[in-house]
Design a protein around this ligand. Sequence first.
Ligand code: ZN
Ligand code: ZN
Length: 767
Amino acid sequence: MIQEIRVRGIVQGVGFRPTVYRLAQAWGLRGEVLNDGEGVLIRVVGNQETIGGFLEQLQRDCPPLAQIKTIVSSNLANIPQFTDFTIAPSQQTPIYTNISADAATCELCQADIFNPLSRWYHYPFTNCTHCGPRLSIIQSLPYDRPHTSMAVFPLCGECRREYEDVKSRRFHAQPIACPHCGPGVWLEKGNQVIPHTIPSLCHLLKNGEIVAIKGLGGFHLACNATLEITVQRLRQKKHRDHKPLALMGKNSEMIAQYCHLSPEEIALLNHPAAPIVLLHKKDTLSIAESVAPHLNYWGFMVPYTPLHHLILENLDFPIVLTSGNDADEPQCITNEEAKEQLGDITQYFLLHNRAIINRLDDSVARIVDKKPYLLRRARGYAPTPLSLPQGFENSPRVLAMGGEFKNTFCLLRPGEAILSQHLGDLENTATNISYQQTLNLYLNLFAHQPQIIARDLHPDYLASKLGEAIADNHNLILESIQHHHAHICAVMAENQLPLNHQPLLGIALDGLGYGEDGSLWGGEFLLADYRSFQRLAHWQSVALLGGKQAIYQPWRNTYAHLRRLDTWEQLQRDYADLDIMQFLQGCPQKSLEQMLAKGINSPLASSAGRLFDAVAAALGICREKASYEGQAAIYLEAIAAEYLQSSTVEGYTFDWEQSATLILKADSLWLELLTDLQKGKDLGYIAASFHLGLATAITRTVITLQEKYPFTEVVLTGGVFQNLLLLTQVKERLNEYGFTLLTPSLVPANDGGLSLGQGIIAAARNL
Ligand SMILES: [Zn+2]
Ligand SMILES: [Zn+2]
């Protein structure tokens, strides 16, 4: 019999056809395999049992970077003449190409670089079809060597033989290279080359020097993570006050000396995407405290390029490996840029001559309930497509612009979404330029001609303005999408809820997003489907004193919250002894009161994120200054979690007010909290009471709403739900009531996931 087998999923450019070829040979099958617009097509001649065995093994031995979505077999009546099994030329069908993500060095390549007999011995650019650079080196399609930054390195005879040998692991590995024909690395100090590259570099690291290292998707700054003074010097020179620094350890065994590791965490560290994984600190062996001050976790990754392996092999300590940039600028990608921008930080540069075409930050993830929970989706994940749920098979082509912070954009086409890598905050000019470049590149790479532009409702976001301009210039449909609705629908899409799914309750808690009424939202309970939503409940709106300043000066939120309780005079009478009151007294009282009274530069915001800031500042955490959004909340979570390890608490009280919507109020919470401060209660106790009270209040809100609206599913999303303590407490409570909970996994809960939600809503509205 002859069967035609259609394989869909991520099956191109990942060594799928050679695997099919090898297995077909092994099973003695005749036929052919080819790539076409829908994936891979296999035609085989043989008896049913053999074909069955072959297909079973294909799924079992599927190449590591491939992801089979479906395999459909059908019998062919007309039997073509096959004398053997071949890889047939690709069929010219409409471009529907996928590019896989950059992948960490596979085990076989690792063995090659440490094998003195291998021609890849100690070669920092070793790769194969199972690993190596992809998005970081591609300039245009098709994904062939001439369209990558490897074009300038002609293959030597031996590499060409492997490239053309279907039995080789490097068959059609576009970035194949060896010491004879490929790129090289060198170490420089002040434009002078230092001999013995890797040993010299390791020597510098051991001795407390900072070194800039050109990596896969950008430059890193590296130093010995166990030397407190060195890490402090790096922070100071990089103008990075508090944000935790990423670490790299030789392997999970080394990392296990510093962190508690579950099997899922080990698997995630060693996944081909090789993200930074947030892991609970152990008390035993210590890394410099200033790597991640005040936090209970370290962010670790394992080596993901041969160069990293060669360096870490020679070190018996972990290194800091943080993005090579100054303050909030994007990571440098060219040698010249790096020398110019990082010259004040270090004199030592480990450079190479393989150009980085696409900047890719390291991805950041943690394990929640045994599943990955991405906080930043970049290297290793983008641009792997995400399958769209049922009903979106004929989705219109959408370009979704994303938000202002932690920006990503998203391309939707029939059946799938391509979410860009994390690009950063568009307020930063360099980031904004890089956003537009990356956007153009993606539109070209994926031959994407949008019919619809989806953008955030906020008229002043740079991405919103750009979206409007594109829609105007090309006469496209423009959809403006409410921020929190987009957050919720991104989770619905990732969880494969079909197009016409009934409305569910989405809880989106974050910093700020533009609301339909023109005020700022950020603590939202929306009854939502893919097309529309109804705002059922929200946090009480509180003035954002000084607008954006309130994000970076948490005390402003405390002031606004306290003043909702009472007049300044009364607050002073009641709480004069508290140091938060003494602190606030020193603030520009008159102008603050005027701002409040007249609403000058004090927009109202129902923000859950700012409530965390207000509480943290009341406790003296990041009171004057937060160096990044959410810093105060992260510290607050850390002390609460630590307290709860050995004690239990009741949880503070929240109140509700029923108007057109249900309003969740924090008045009682503040009274209880201020009283506890007066009693001199442990700050960990107060932080824990806040978290648990909040989790109970969220649960009670859901139950109250359910009495009137018959939903059974609840989405938990928004940046505030990256707070693991809050997330697990809310999940626990809602589970007890039998709700089905939907959370994000590979799409970040923060604004990094916004564009997927924008795209899917725009598609649904036009289907
Ligand atoms: Zn490999
Ligand atoms: Zn070669």
